[in-house]
Structures are given as structure tokens and as C-alpha cells.
Design a binder for this molecule. Structure first.
Ligand SMILES: Cc1cc2nc3c(=O)[nH]c(=O)nc-3n(C[C@H](O)[C@H](O)[C@H](O)COP(=O)(O)O)c2cc1C
Length: 184
């Protein structure tokens, strides 16, 4: 079983990275393989909203901008589940996460038999000290995951104030995802 852990922060030692490490520990402790993806190390540009709004994403379910998007999109199809961690920027997901998921959503939303449909997802929003915008970030991810037709297992908000116990929550949720998939 393969679970992809997607992080989207430029900060190698920050809270997002710590959440990614916690997810990986949980996945591996449960006996599955963790496939780590750092969106900030990838070359993925923003959607061009081709033509009058829709390009080949609508009918062909692919994107004509050639960059790292295609490879990651293909690898995601072979995964059994996902843990997506974003830092909270302006009460929303980070820029690197937005450009990738904007294009992914366009390709997957109208696709029959989408390879992502019903795949379990855990979403984690990692905020700063104020914690302002954790809820709006997770609300936006919820809408995205509905468009992707994902099986939404958990939405976890973590801040600098609660990280001591919320990192354990991320690890336990990731472990539980493996058990959930095995039990299907
Ligand atoms: C551009 C920007 C916007 C941010 N907006 C928020 C915010 O709305 N709410 C919040 O609690 N923290 C905000 N922060 C703080 C980050 O969420 C916090 O530093 C978090 O730990 C970032 O993840 P990292 O540790 O992986 O870098 C912002 C940081 C940046 C750089």
C-alpha cells in the first residue's frame, strides 16, 4: 500500500515539514509505504485558463502546460491514499499547493472513473502563532476535495500553540488511514 504525503512549504524545518514527518512515521508504523512529495521543489506553473476558461482539462482531463504537473498527476493515480499538508498563508493554502491543486481539480472534476475518486485524504493546515485562518484554509481544502471526489477522512488544524499534541494527531490519523484502507 502506498500513501502519498504532500507538503507545500519552502521551510525545511518548519511546522509543515514536522507534520509531513509525523505523517510518514504513522504510515510506516502501520506497515505502508510513504511516498513523499514536496511541491516547493517542483516546477509547476499556474493555470492559464485556456481559451475562454477551459482547455483540454475539461474534455481530455489533462493539462497542456508542460511541467512537473503531468508526472505528479500520473503518480497520484497509483496511490492508495493521501496526506496533504499546507502552511496557512493568508487564511488559505500556500501558493505552491494552490497552483498544483487548481490544475488537478480542473483535470479531475469532470472525469468519469477518476483515479482519485474515493481515495482517502487527510488534510492538515499548519499555521503560525495566531492560528488565524486555520478554519478557512481547511474549508477551502474541503471544497477542493469534494471536487476531486475524494474520501475525506480528516481535517486537522495545527498551530505553534498546539503542536505538541497535534503532531501526535497527524501521526495517529495517518496510521489510522492505513488501517482504514486495509479494512475496506
Ligand atoms: C505569506 C504568509 C502568510 C501567512 N498567513 C498566516 C495566517 O493567515 N495565519 C496564521 O496563523 N499564520 C500565517 N502565517 C504563518 C505561517 O502559517 C506559519 O509560519 C507556518 O508555521 C508556516 O509553515 P512552515 O512552518 O512550514 O513555514 C503566514 C506566513 C506567511 C509566510
Amino acid at each position: 500500500m502506498k500513501i502519498m504525503v504532500i507538503t507545500s512549504s519552502p521551510n525545511r524545518d518548519g511546522l509543515t515539514a514536522a507534520c509531513g514527518n509525523a505523517a510518514r512515521s504513522g504510515i510506516e508504523a502501520a506497515g505502508a509505504e510513504a511516498v513523499i512529495v514536496d511541491l516547493n521543489k517542483m516546477n509547476i506553473s499556474s493555470c492559464h485558463a485556456c481559451n475562454s476558461g477551459w482547455g483540454p482539462c475539461l474534455d481530455n482531463h489533462n493539462c497542456q502546460i508542460e511541467d512537473d504537473f503531468q508526472g505528479l498527476h500520473m503518480i497520484m493515480a497509483g496511490m492508495d491514499g493521501f496526506v496533504f499538508v499546507s502552511p496557512v498563508y493568508w487564511g488559505d493554502i500556500s501558493e505552491s499547493a494552490r497552483v498544483y491543486f487548481d490544475r488537478l481539480r480542473r483535470c479531475e472534476a469532470w472525469k468519469k472513473d477518476s483515479s482519485l475518486a474515493d481515495k482517502p485524504f487527510i488534510a492538515v493546515a499548519a499555521a503560525g502563532g495566531s492560528g488565524n485562518g486555520v478554519a478557512s484554509t481547511l474549508t477551502n481544502v474541503e471544497r477542493l476535495l469534494i471536487h476531486l471526489k475524494a474520501d475525506r477522512l480528516d481535517f486537522i488544524g495545527i498551530t505553534k500553540k498546539n503542536r505538541a499534541y497535534k503532531l501526535d494527531t497527524v501521526e495517529e490519523a495517518s496510521k489510522a488511514m492505513v488501517a482504514y484502507i486495509k479494512g475496506r
